[in-house]
Design a protein around this ligand. Structure first.
Ligand code: GLN
Length: 284
């Protein structure tokens, strides 16, 4: 009978297969996939690298590697993605949390800290797996956290994440602000809507192929949902409350113009670490 491969040998083989498939970070992803297949963290994998792998582990590694080489996102294979300081459960029903959205979280935190209330009411629209609202609630437990999503699958994931993290959020199913009367309910509204032009070739590449189209692309060159949220959110903000939006790198000017037309003041746009205009905000 063949000697079983060691964990180190499985890792090397994985890295080469991922590299050959054109994966950008083959070393990192190989460790993550081997960790998932063997239920061990990186430190354990290093300490036990010379251990023989069981046939079941080798089979699981192979299956995960095939999925990744076929393009499936790591977040879907692992069912998790790190965002902010949180480890969030992720499913194909929701947008995968992305690092650029941390800019919106940072800005929302500083806006929350400037408010004239010690129980700010904060709403996240189209929350997906709860990305923004859970990061905010984890940093400022005193906020009253609300979030909605149109997708039932996304909402279930947000619910699971909130429960796992022990962060209470009032969640409901609904499309943007449709379910709410236009009254001053909130101090802060955040939203990372779909903003990609439906004709953008990026939609046919990488992780985006596997994410819900409704969470990524919007009509009017990606601006339809941004416009809708801008136009309806102001009536649901308290005077002095803030709307914060993520948008595409080339949409800042149009978003600022729309915020202005809708009556917001103190409008500003922030750049993400890549130097792209990514988050805009305006005050009621
Ligand atoms: N930032 C994502 C991307 O460009 C899109 C997310 C979104 O549409 N809200 O891949």
């Amino acid at each position: 009978m063949d000697t079983p491969p060691t964990l180190d040998a499985l890792l090397r083989d994985l890295r080469i297969r991922l590299q050959d498939a054109g994966i950008e970070n083959p070393g990192l992803e190989a460790r993550m996939l081997l960790g998932a297949a063997t239920s061990r963290d990186t430190a354990q994998l290093i300490a036990h690298g010379t251990d023989p792998a069981t046939p079941a582990q080798a089979t699981r590694v192979d299956a995960l590697c095939r999925r990744r080489c076929a393009g499936e996102p790591m977040a879907h294979i692992l069912g998790r993605r790190s965002f902010w300081t949180l480890d969030l459960g992720v499913s194909p029903a929701c947008l995968i949390p992305r690092p650029e959205t941390e800019l919106l979280v940072e800005q929302a935190l500083s806006v929350i800290d400037e408010l004239d209330t010690d129980k700010p009411r904060v709403l996240d629209l189209g929350t997906g797996p709860g990305t923004i609202i859970l990061a905010l609630k984890s940093e400022r437990p005193g906020i009253l956290a609300f979030a909605s999503d149109r997708s039932e699958g996304a909402l279930q994931q947000a619910q699971t994440n909130a429960r796992e993290l022990g962060l209470p959020v009032h969640l409901w199913q609904g499309h943007w602000l449709d379910a709410l009367a236009p009254q001053p309910h909130f101090d802060v509204i955040t939203c990372n809507p779909p903003y990609i032009d439906p004709g953008d070739p990026h939609l046919t590449r990488g992780d985006l192929r596997f994410e819900p189209r409704t969470a990524l692309a919007a009509e009017e060159h990606g601006l339809a949902d941004l416009h809708r949220v801008i136009d309806t959110a102001r009536a649901c903000l308290k005077p002095g409350g803030w709307l914060l939006l993520e948008h595409g790198f080339d949409q800042g000017e149009r978003v600022r113009r729309r915020l202005q037309q809708a009556g917001y003041r103190d409008i500003d746009t922030l750049k993400d670490p890549a130097g792209h205009e990514r988050t805009s905000l305006g005050k009621h």
